[in-house]
Design a protein around this ligand. Sequence first.
Ligand code: GZL
Length: 330
Amino acid sequence: MKKLLSIVAAGALLLGLAGCASSGDSGDSAGGDGPKAVGDLVVGFAQVGAESGWRTANTKDIQDSFEEAGIELKFSDAQQKQENQIKAIRSYIQQGVDYIAFSPVVETGWDAVLNEAKAAGIPVILTDRAVDSKDTSLYVSFLGSDFIEEGKKAGQWVLDQYKDSTEPVNIVQLEGTTGAAPAIDRAEGFAEVIADNENLKVVASQTGDFTRAGGKQVMEAMLKSQPDIDLVYAHNDDMGLGAIEAIEAAGLVPGKDIKIVTVDAVHDGMQALADGKINFIVECSPLLGAQLVDIIKTLNDGGTVEPRIITEETTFTQEQAIEALPDRKY
Ligand code: GZL
């Protein structure tokens, strides 16, 4: 009997050890074996859409950066619909990717899906746009521009341009996507600065959804409803370019009869600035790919990253655009 019991005990011990080995449990508390090889990482990226020159440049830069780093990137285009971005994030969670990154099309409505990613132990990085979640544990870092600052830079140019004006200056504003962080913040920063001159009045403001067609359509309506427009403030180049088409179709000269200030500094916007059809552009850099790869590599190595990483950017006058155009990457 004693002999039988010792055989059973030995067998149980062997099975137990085998069990440990098969679960890959190296005995450390995390259950992991330390950082993955970079080449084994898989990242899910849920992009807003392809609504503008900026977005196209942003997508290309991210895809090129991950290819160069040898990291697998699963990519989705939400066609500017939040439900599609949420679906994509859920799919990445199901697939068990190592990291999720996305540019939230609007600020609100993300807590549920971000809590699902957190429960699955998948770190999330925000790129380009912010969310309004109060729980900042739902994402590791937010990499992107300071949109309020961009609005202030646009407002400062207008303030300087009309500092000696004694007449009312009628401004129309082409807003970005309703509820999107850049639309909300660019309007806020601009309004804060132009408030210093009571002659500067935003007489009409409407979303053109960051698209050239949207900007043209809204500008056509504003030209009909507003008797005297002095300046257009467009939240991105694409809507500014659409406004140029509407202004020219109305027999007016963009950049002269109606001045135009935009944000982004993508190629077509910079060309219009060089041609004098736009008067001033505030840069918003789409080149976030390399920084996003660095964030993921740092996290994979067990490092920590800043919760807010603001991208470097500048502004352009016509002369500066003429000089910068030949070397622009996008
Ligand atoms: C800004 C980005 C905006 C661009 C638009 O970071 O989210 O969205 O300004 C783009 O051109 O559509």
